[in-house]
Design a protein around this ligand. Structure first.
Ligand code: MF3
Ligand code: CO
Ligand code: CO
Length: 270
């Protein structure tokens, strides 16, 4: 382990966590990832998103943890499930999945006060070639963003790496939602943008904890919120995908707190 360092808050309001805090984040991140791992067999045509959400809530309870989303700003579910052209914050419900639907399932748990926040894509039934490419590019954009996480780089370097990769594939990055600092709180500074200029924004320091969670659209980047005040959809109704990890900056790079123990983060790799 690196030399122990102490907690403080930067000028930008970003908390620098202590070396010992990484263990708490690993535990919370692992539970969130394990819950997502367990869902693969339960996503199929005919299944409802409410049933999937119920399995998530049951597992959070069984683990003695808490859901971060139940009760958050009036939200009432243990997950967000965003199907097809839903960009994020889809509300689980009685809608039945059909063959070829793609969905992002986003779970945030609290373990011993620490937040673990992760999401990934699932497919009901058969995946079309075009959709497979969207999922692939979105997954790879997150991992390319994570590669830019190390002390001395800036948050703009992360956003720039993601945006330039996605646009080279002729897809678009959503601007209306971003990643966020987290730790003993759900959403903290900074806003982690998935687009931007290299070298812009706060400088990364060891001990920063945050999420990276790019949303990528096959069409244009614009979104709108539906009348339920949560569901964000693409304005042009094009398909959208998202992957999210929680990470912590180390002396030489970063640790991913939400790695899939089963190796199932990407739906077709694992
Ligand atoms: N987990 C989401 C995120 O990545 C936030 C969901 S808030 C909710 O930040 F209330 F919609 F669940
Ligand atoms: Co998040
Ligand atoms: Co999330």
């Amino acid at each position: 382990m690196d030399e122990k360092h102490r907690g403080r808050v930067t000028r930008d309001g970003i908390r620098i966590h202590e070396t010992a805090d990484f263990a708490g984040m690993h535990k919370a991140g692992r539970l969130a990832a394990e819950i997502l791992d367990s869902l693969s067999a339960h996503v199929y045509p005919g299944q409802t998103t409410a049933a999937i959400d119920q399995m998530i809530e049951d597992q959070v309870t069984a683990a003695g943890a808490k859901s971060a989303t139940i009760g958050y700003k009036g939200y009432q579910h243990a997950s967000c499930i965003s199907v097809n052209h839903v960009v994020c914050h889809g509300i689980p419900g009685e809608k039945v999945l059909k063959d070829g639907d793609i969905l992002n399932i986003d779970v945030t748990v609290i373990v011993d006060g620490w937040y673990g926040d992760t999401s990934r894509m699932f497919v009901a039934g058969k995946l079309s070639r075009k959709t497979e490419r969207l999922i692939e590019v979105t997954h790879d954009s997150l991992m390319i963003g994570i590669e830019a996480v190390k002390p001395g780089n800036t948050f703009g370097d992360i956003g720039h790496a993601i945006q330039s990769f996605v646009e080279r594939q002729r897809m678009s990055v959503v601007r209306d939602f971003c990643g966020h600092g987290l730790g003993r709180v759900f959403h903290a500074p900074p806003n982690v943008l998935h687009y931007g200029r290299a070298g812009s924004g706060p400088v990364l320091e060891e001990g920063m904890f945050f999420t990276i969670e790019p949303m990528v659209n096959l069409g244009r980047p614009e979104t709108k919120i539906l009348a339920d005040d949560w569901t964000a959809v693409t304005r042009d109704k094009s398909l959208s995908a998202q992957f999210e990890h929680s990470v912590g900056v180390t002396a030489t790079g970063c640790e991913i707190f939400t790695l899939s123990p089963a190796g199932r983060f990407h739906p077709t790799y694992g």
